[in-house]
Design a protein around this ligand. Structure first.
Ligand SMILES: [Zn+2]
Length: 131
């Protein structure tokens, strides 16, 4: 059954408020990476439009075919990772992440259940090892 969930459309503080800046840890993404991303498994926890200057993208090593102010539709997932789509006649896909997680040791919280927590941002996820 289809379920419609409410999605936050305010820019999370972690995305930065400066107009024209790239998204954090932004990098090109292939169409197959998009298909394998959380975009097809999870409802985004936040989404929005961000305007990024092509010169600011070049400054972080991202080359795009068009110049000027570019519009990106972005979707961010529970773990702070996200997908951004460039609005153009030939859309281009980018990934970003509010944190490059560094998980500490897994902690046993149940019979076959462990929790791993990022040492940088404290994001945690449960890992079921029962297979
Ligand atoms: Zn993290």
């Amino acid at each position: 059954m289809n379920k419609i969930e409410k999605v936050n459309t305010q820019d999370p503080p972690a995305l930065g408020k400066r107009w024209g800046d790239p998204l954090p840890n932004m990098a090109p993404m292939t169409p197959s990476e998009v298909v394998m991303s959380p975009m097809f498994r999870e409802t985004p926890k936040a989404t929005g439009l961000k305007y990024i200057e092509s010169t600011m993208l070049e400054a972080v090593g991202i080359k795009v075919d068009i110049e000027g102010t570019l519009a990106f539709r972005w979707m961010m997932f529970e773990d702070g990772s996200g997908v951004a789509i460039l609005r153009d006649f030939t859309p281009a896909f980018f990934k970003f992440a509010t944190c490059i997680h560094r998980f500490g040791p897994q902690v046993k919280i149940g019979n076959c259940l462990h929790r791993k927590t990022c040492e940088i941002c404290t994001y945690s996820e449960e890992v079921d090892s029962s297979g």
